[in-house]
Design a protein around this ligand. Structure first.
Ligand SMILES: NC(=O)c1ccc[n+]([C@@H]2O[C@H](COP(=O)([O-])OP(=O)(O)OC[C@H]3O[C@@H](n4cnc5c(N)ncnc54)[C@H](OP(=O)(O)O)[C@@H]3O)[C@@H](O)[C@H]2O)c1
Length: 324
């Protein structure tokens, strides 16, 4: 029985984490949950999972004494301090919160190593790469391939993007996610963030990470080692798969996963029409202070867009300006 603390249980990743736990009650017990705006859902979750501790204080939840594994399902830099605090108390981490991961940079991994804790990314691309590297820890990475399904506007010409509304940008063709990551997917800043995460998590240079267009969302990532052996991560687009891997680690999830259709899979050169990938690639190798600026500028730009203060095409421009 593993004791789980969840930061952000009411969000997309948080609720899916609880769905996995609901189906595997003999393996997991929810001991702590964090509280934010959605009190109604939190109450419902508390009634079902009976956590011993619920609090607005993220550090107290992350360091709850009985927790073995802390799932960081928060969105934003806010998740960094509780994650660090949990690591320092020797708690294993499963992290979806990519903003915290980027702001923490290599320090997070160094702390995890120092305190002998597992640090497991939750993301279809990164869980795939991470699982491959668990199997082959001594092989040298030549390149990493990340796929990108492009979001709702990949095929829309630039001039038509001027009039995009928040409601249109919040519809993702493949994934049901929180608002911030959905807008980041529409601008492809999300993929740029994943490129930066690659550099942090696997110690590769930005030029070793290639991003390709794959609209079916079945192939998530690949690792090409220096001996030219290639390992590819393939599954249905379902976040409960990476979440299950993270929760069960070092064991393999016991359930069967549905087979994805392997018909008509396509891979094409990516069209970075908003230059978000170019921007993130240029910043990926920089110091943490620059990465933080990027994350903060992106958070603010998305907020402004959702509030109707800037247009869709101004999001990446706003970020570029803010980090100059
Ligand atoms: N969703 C996906 O499929 C997906 C896939 C890959 C990676 N990710 C990454 O996973 C992270 C979470 O994404 P998500 O889609 O699950 O986000 P989300 O649906 O917006 O959920 C965010 C969670 O964090 C809580 N929260 C937000 N601000 C907070 C604050 N200031 N203090 C305390 N709690 C706060 C929210 O609580 P309330 O509900 O009470 O506001 C909610 O529980 C992001 O970094 C995203 O990029 C998500």
């Amino acid at each position: 029985m593993k004791n789980i603390a969840i930061l952000g249980s009411t969000g997309s990743i948080g609720t899916q984490t609880l769905e996995v736990i609901r189906k595997n009650k003999k393996y997991f017990r929810v001991v702590a949950l964090s509280k934010h705006k959605n009190q109604k859902l939190l109450q419902k979750q508390s009634k079902e999972f009976h956590p011993e501790f619920v609090s607005e204080n993220l550090i107290k939840v992350a360091t709850y004494k009985k927790a073995d594994l802390v799932v960081n399902a928060l969105v934003g830099e806010i998740g960094l301090a509780p994650t660090l605090a949990a690591i320092r108390l020797g708690k294993n981490i499963a992290i979806a919160d990519k903003e915290a991961l980027i702001c923490g940079g290599k320090k997070l991994l160094a702390e995890a190593k120092k305190h002998h804790v597992n640090f497991i990314p939750i993301d279809s691309e990164h869980t795939g790469i991470w699982s491959i590297l668990q199997k082959y820890p001594h092989k040298k990475i030549s390149r990493i391939i990340l796929t990108c399904s492009g979001g709702p506007f990949y095929k829309t010409p630039l001039e038509k993007l001027r009039a995009v509304t928040p409601a249109q940008a919040l519809i993702h063709p493949t994934w049901r996610m929180g608002k911030k990551v959905t807008i980041d997917s529409a601008t492809m800043m999300n993929k740029g963030f994943e490129l930066i995460e690659c550099c942090i998590l696997y110690g590769v240079a930005p030029e070793q990470v290639e991003i390709v267009y794959h609209p079916q969302g079945i192939v998530h990532s690949a690792v090409i080692f220096e001996d030219n052996s290639i390992f590819v991560s393939i599954s249905k687009p379902n976040m409960k798969i990476p979440i299950s891997f993270a929760l069960f680690y070092p064991k393999h999830p016991p359930q069967k996963f549905l087979k994805p259709s392997m018909k008509n899979l396509t891979i094409e050169k990516i069209n970075d029409k908003l230059s978000s990938l170019k921007l993130c690639r240029a910043i990926a190798g920089k110091q943490v202070s620059v990465l933080k600026k990027l994350v903060e500028a992106d958070e603010l730009a998305v907020k402004k867009f959702l509030a109707g203060e800037i247009k869709f095409l101004e999001i990446v421009k706003f970020i570029k300006k803010s980090i100059r």
